[in-house]
Design a protein around this ligand. Sequence first.
Ligand SMILES: [Zn+2]
Length: 242
Amino acid sequence: MNDELKKLLDLQEIDLGVEKLQKELELIPVQIDALKAKIREALAACDSEKQKLTQNQVERKNKELEAASQDETIAKHEKALNSLKSNEAYKAMLGEIDLARRTKNSIEDSILTLMEEFDVHAKGLKAAEAEAKTSQGAIEKDIRALEEKAAILKGELEVELKKREAFAPSVKADLLSRYDFIRTKKKSRAIAPIAGESCSGCNTNLTPSTINEARKGRDLVTCESCSRILYYSPAQPQAAPA
Ligand SMILES: [Zn+2]
């Protein structure tokens, strides 16, 4: 194989390693965000239970005020009873008092129901808080592990980038810029193995003479369709990288 081609393949190996590390690194903040969203969800569940409790307390306070108001009505009516002269007015006032008592009873029933509901929501809050605490602990551990992984990957990436920096000057300058140009333009590998009778970079069929030239390995052969540098590798005739 052509020496320059061999160097380019080695360079491509390094670049593929760099890309792999970069992709892995890019993924980590996304993973961390997803985990943080889970924590927010658990805390939101607690807030929702807390709101139910507050709402319950407000409703209960209102009902208590309503009951007190009925008490006042009853007391006022009872006081008025003595001053009433006619039987009819007396009867009517007794009816008013009875109505106020029944209204008060029904309000007190509502208060009891609210108290029962308060207990349910209080238990719900306790459960949500316990759940949030447990999952928050586990998630924070996962986040720390991801941050540690990111630090390791960053270190590995630095090593690979230095390796690239050291290796690149060994490739002829014009060839290197051609390689970098294709790689940047195609956003994928610049050197493609011939797969069967086609360029594995773009899947275009190659002429027999192109394949023949590549097989000889003396000069660098380029795919006319995608400009990738081609190489013939008997060891991996089916290789079809993207
Ligand atoms: Zn091609």
